[in-house]
Design a protein around this ligand. Structure first.
Ligand code: GDG
Length: 501
């Protein structure tokens, strides 16, 4: 079973991520710090394992604090979110000076690694100061993690608990593992180290453009296991280790030798909390009072998501297939993201302009082709959109996995269902074979694929959607969590909630 609570880790788990699973906010009236939960599926799956195993979460608290020693508040008694049981002494907040944090986060993470790892090197900046800040912040995260590890070892003295497991997340923290390993070796602290990258890992000829590429690899190779969404990213990583560092590698078994150790590389495709989306879709009221067929897009406003190409494909559809005019509406939700970074500000303007153009061109007194929400909608509303849409357009130019494609199929409980269109350049496109596959760069063809989706017979829609839903139900986010523990040799199954076998 992959029910949350049906398994745990046999040693305490320390999760290390850029952000904590909640952010801190100061209540303006009381002046007190408060926790604000984040709703992501990852937190739902990972938090119970941390909490049940008496583990720790290390991360940035989402705000700069004047007094870094100010204690983190306990959760609110009414808190029903997955992190409610995370005691504040099990949370380690990493504090970084604002200017350094800006160079690390907006500079190196989102100005360099994000575009580079999505194979868009022309958008990447390579600035030594940003890289120095990245190094500094990673060192700080490593130091805090070692502190947490020492505490766990102290607490467990004389007990026969399993080996503590450190799990580092994402491109913000690619250097931390090696330092954690070195410090743990010096202090004689047992540990297992795992890393998971949520974005693609690029091919060697792109990766090597980064001036300090070797250091990244050395950092990651401090782990026992390095995980990616799909096999292709694993192979790219193995290739880079061989070509940049001269490591001995085994491509078939995805192994890299480094510093006298063998590092395992594994595809671990992330899933979603499938059942949660089904129940949201079951209970959410109808939110769109329209007889129109809805073509839905849901994305962070990010240039990797192919929003501009998508709008042009929709425009082409209206041009080539005028029968869809006044019958079909595109609903695009674009969540504001990284608004401090120039590329994102430019994209915002480009979107505003293009949507204005298309709407100006086709709008009639009774209909506008595009409804555009620049903002965030609630989970209920989102589930209703997913449920009531005729077509979902998930057409990134490049995407590690893409959860929207999975959430859409989970919420497709209406009979007959809608159609998913997915890009082959998203990790999700790799496995969701029954979706319509669409190359977002090919605008004409993309318009034809949308037309095909809008005119697909009901029985074909049902057949495709049934397959897609079956797969995502099995390979949900708990399955992913469990797979990670399994490859780390840390999985402990339970008979029923609360009772260990
Ligand atoms: C990175 C990788 C990988 C979106 N709009 C609203 C909203 N969302 C939620 C969705 C979904 C999430 O945001 C977006 O996840 P994605 O996977 O699509 O994309 P990234 O943010 O780029 O995530 C990606 C992922 O990490 C996990 O490993 O799949 O490839 O880039 O969950 O539901 N949620 C609400 N309102 C919105 O308006 N409530």
């Amino acid at each position: 079973s992959t029910e949350p609570g049906s398994f745990t880790s046999n040693g305490s788990m320390i999760v290390v991520s850029n952000r904590l699973p909640f952010v801190l906010k100061r209540n303006e009236t009381t002046g007190q710090l408060e926790r604000k939960a984040s709703a992501g599926g990852l937190v739902t799956a990972v938090a119970p394992v941390v909490i049940n195993g008496n583990g720790v979460w290390v991360g940035w608290p989402g705000m700069h604090m004047e007094n870094p020693n100010e204690p983190i508040p306990e959760s609110d008694p009414n808190d029903r979110t997955p992190t409610a049981g995370l005691l504040s002494r099990k949370v380690v907040a990493v504090h970084v000076e604002p200017a350094i944090f800006d160079s690390y986060y907006n500079g190196c993470c989102n100005g360099t690694f994000w575009p580079l790892f999505h194979s868009m090197p022309d958008r990447a900046t390579f600035i030594a100061e940003h890289w120095r800040a990245y190094t500094t912040v990673n060192e700080e995260f490593a130091a805090k993690t070692v502190g947490a590890l020492e505490l766990i070892h102290k607490e467990q003295e004389g007990q026969t608990n399993g080996t503590p497991l450190v799990w580092i997340h994402d491109y913000h923290l690619m250097l931390a593992a090696n330092w954690i390993r070195q410090a743990a070796d010096e202090k004689n602290l047992r540990l297992k180290l795992g890393f998971f990258l949520h974005i693609p890992f690029p091919p060697w000829d792109i990766f090597r453009l980064f001036p300090w590429a070797d250091e990244i690899l050395q950092g990651m190779l401090g782990c026992d296991m390095v995980g990616f969404h799909i096999q292709d990213y694993c192979l790219n990583f193995v290739d880079c280790c061989q070509r940049c560092l001269g490591c001995r590698v085994d491509r078939k078994n995805l192994l890299v030798e480094h510093g006298g150790r063998t590092v395992r590389v594994r595809p671990l495709p992330i899933g979603i909390p499938f059942d949660r989306f089904v129940s949201l879709a079951e209970s959410a009221p109808r939110v769109m009072l329209t007889n129109q067929k809805i073509v839905l897009g849901v994305d962070r406003l990010d240039y990797t998501k192919g929003l501009v190409h998508r709008l042009k494909a929709f425009e082409m559809l209206l041009e080539k297939h005028p029968e869809h005019r006044e019958q079909v509406t595109m609903l695009q939700i674009a969540v504001p993201s990284r608004t401090d970074v120039r590329e994102y500000q430019d994209l915002k303007l480009e979107m505003d302009q293009l949507i204005g153009c298309i709407n100006g061109r086709f709008t009639t007194p009774n209909w506008s082709p595009i409804r555009y929400i620049y903002g965030c909608v609630s989970q209920d509303e989102l589930a209703a959109f997913y449920r009531d849409a005729a077509v979902a357009l998930v057409t990134p130019l490049r995407d590690g996995m893409n959860l929207v494609a999975k959430e859409f199929v989970a919420c497709q409980i209406n009979n007959p269902p809608g159609v998913l269109i997915v890009s082959p350049f998203a990790g999700a496109g790799e496995m969701m074979h029954e979706a319509l596959i669409c190359n977002p760069y090919e605008i004409d063809e993309a318009a034809e694929v949308i037309h095909r989706a809008l005119t697909m017979p009901e029985d074909e829609r049902t057949l495709r959607m049934n397959h897609l839903r079956r797969r995502e139900r099995i390979y949900d986010v708990n399955y992913w969590m469990k797979s990670f523990l399994q490859v780390m040799g840390s999985l402990e199954e339970r008979d029923s909630v609360g009772a260990t076998t």
